[in-house]
Ligand binder design. Sequence first.
Ligand SMILES: [Zn+2]
Length: 344
Amino acid sequence: MIFRILICFLMLLTLHGCGGRPVVVSNLPMGIPLADVCDRYHVTWQWDGVTQVVLMEYKGNTSKALVGSSTVLIGKQQIILSAPLRREKSTIYVPQDFEAKVLAPFGVPIGGGLSSIVSSSRVHTIVIDAGHGGKDRGTIAPFGIDEKEIVLDIAKRLRQLLESAGIKVIMTRDSDNFIPLPERTIIASHSGADLFVSIHVNSNHDHSVEGLLVYYLDSISRKDLIEEQRKENAHIYLKSLSANDSTILQAIVADMMDTLKAPQSLKLAKLIVREARDRSGIKVRGDGIRFCRFFVVRNTLMPAVLVETGFLSNRQEHNKLISSLYRQKLAEVIARGVLDYANE
Ligand SMILES: [Zn+2]
């Protein structure tokens, strides 16, 4: 907390400042000067030379961006630009899609032609995490097909669907391997992915319990933030997003990610449930959404959900889950949920 107060204090002290640390500039095209774009649309903006944070304001709406990063926050909404903001001397450059992606949702009227630039989705890369594997069989089915096999099959089907939709997919495992939980979150953090989806199969001592459930972390507690694995992952993930390695910058971006994680994860969870229940006739348990504190969900920085696709302990659902047609249907439900999220 003290550290964050210090950051705020530093930001206040240095707004309007231009004496920040040099930013690595590669020979990529620089883009459009931010000052020109903001002037054109009467957006007020400030750049903090120490933290490299850019604050923009338009009619009471605020937006935050970071030089060196392609992530922009509009309120709690996260926008991913096609390239990071860059700086040369005291000029900040934004990529071509900045006007349409950032200023339009910001409520700024955009002139003709610019909106055609937007074609992109909010999801470029996703991590698919097939639960268990190897010596960890997960839920053991009475007739021989274990959770680890079912979820790997769904994960592979999901990978194929998302890749054919143009999304880059990273798998935490794509064979019958045992991958410890911390390693799964490290893989996710190195990927710089926009989403993390873990796939499991449920079980209950009450064999009548059935239905798909999507779990997410509803809030990040102080205890979560100081968890060693999360701290390590934050460092890895933020490095994967940005060329900057200042700890102050990392703390600010981590703050941005923390703010986004719960609402964005919930959004994805709801879209998967909607696809399952309303569009695919998949049995959903209750409202289909549950809070959780599962390791892989709380120790990943990006929005994350864990889909419990059904109960192996329920005879009817077991019979469905051992059918490849049903597993394909589940993969399609999750894929459509992800694409709905990406295109919203
Ligand atoms: Zn499981």
